[in-house]
Design a protein around this ligand. Structure first.
Ligand code: AMP
Ligand code: MG
Length: 324
């Protein structure tokens, strides 16, 4: 089975073609804000401008290799409204054009499914950390249950906001990671875990304040140590509570080597296996949408046109997972 997938919830417009085995083709166009953070309307405009190009590149591969597309999957949410609408419009048009089913995919679940597909994890506790989301999840009785999540902004957003305030360009995460490597000292910053949930907004503000008096590298290091310890604490508790034996790290912040190191230590101490997909499958990508569409399609889940409206606040635990 071959499925075409379209992603474009925020900064990355990406179209891909996958089958059960692997990614056949993927083409992306990345929106980089001229200044500041992601502007939803500008990002949507970017996606609209590049849609024809990325889709055509992927369709050219299909045509050249004489492949038959059997469904069109798209990111239905969560994400930025204007971006979601641009992507959904294109997906509906493609589904009508090829006369194949449309499949609305939950973006967070796509991160998880592609992670499992590409690492071989079977039943993990998932730490999903990105620019828009921060959640600790695990599959229980047919749904990805949210064991813990952020009470305000995501860890990626907190890193990006802090970075912007200290004069680093978007996206801030990689720049903070680089600076943190030359740090000599830890500066205490607010560590906020409430039950199984965490909060990053105060940390972001406090770090920006601390940067006025302290060395920037030390603040970057302290931000990472504090935020990542919060994430690891909740992941560890979820692992114990859900009695799972695997941890899967997904989402753009998962590129961070210090976060990986901390999770790896925790997993070793608990006798759990730690899985991280290749970098190209960590951030937002079209392949994860195409692949999740494929597994949904295989068990008969498709989205009628009338139910294909976008869902900016689409929750992970709303989806009944029938394909496991
Ligand atoms: P996503 O929304 O999954 O595409 O991920 C984007 C987010 O990942 C942004 O907030 C980036 O700042 C963050 N990010 C990317 N690379 C790194 C890194 N090496 N360390 C920390 N955060 C990162
Ligand atoms: Mg994402």
């Amino acid at each position: 089975m071959i499925v075409l997938g379209l992603e474009g919830t925020a900064w990355n417009l990406s179209c891909a073609l996958v089958d059960e085995e692997d990614v056949i083709a993927e083409r992306s166009a990345t929106y980089v804000p001229a200044k500041g953070g992601i502007h939803p309307r500008e990002a949507a405009q970017h996606h609209a401008e590049h849609m024809a190009g990325v889709v055509k590149a992927v369709l050219d591969v299909a045509r050249k290799d004489d492949l038959t597309i059997e469904a069109v999957a798209f990111s239905q949410g969560p994400g930025l409204g204007p971006c979601l609408r641009t992507v959904a419009t294109a997906a509906r048009a493609l589904s009508l054009r090829f006369n194949v089913p449309l499949i609305g995919v939950n973006h967070c679940i796509a991160h998880i499914e592609v992670g499992k597909w590409k690492t071989g994890a079977t039943d993990p506790v998932v730490l999903y950390v990105s620019g828009g989301n921060s959640q600790v999840l695990a599959l229980r009785r047919g749904r990805y249950r949210i064991f813990g999540e952020t009470l305000d902004i995501s860890v990626g957003n907190a890193l990006d906001k802090f970075a912007r305030q200290v004069g680093l360009s978007h996206p801030g995460g990689p720049k903070v990671e680089k600076l943190a490597k030359s740090s000599k000292e830890y500066i205490p910053l607010p560590y906020v875990v409430k039950g199984m949930d965490f909060s990053f907004s105060g940390l972001s503000t406090a770090a920006a304040q601390a940067a006025k008096k302290h060395d920037l590298a030390d603040v970057c290091h302290s931000f990472q140590e504090t935020a990542f310890a919060m994430l690891v604490e909740v992941s560890e508790r979820a692992l114990a509570h859900a009695e799972k034996k695997e941890v899967l790290l997904v989402g753009g912040v998962g590129a961070n080597s210090r976060l990986r190191e901390m999770l790896n230590i925790m997993c070793e101490e608990r006798g759990a296996k730690f899985y991280v997909p290749e970098k190209k499958f960590m951030g937002d990508n079209g392949s994860m949408i195409a692949y999740t569409g494929l597994v949904m399609m295989k068990c008969g889940v498709t989205t009628p046109l009338a139910e294909s409206r976008v869902r900016p606040g689409y929750r992970t635990d709303e989806v009944v997972v029938t394909w496991q």
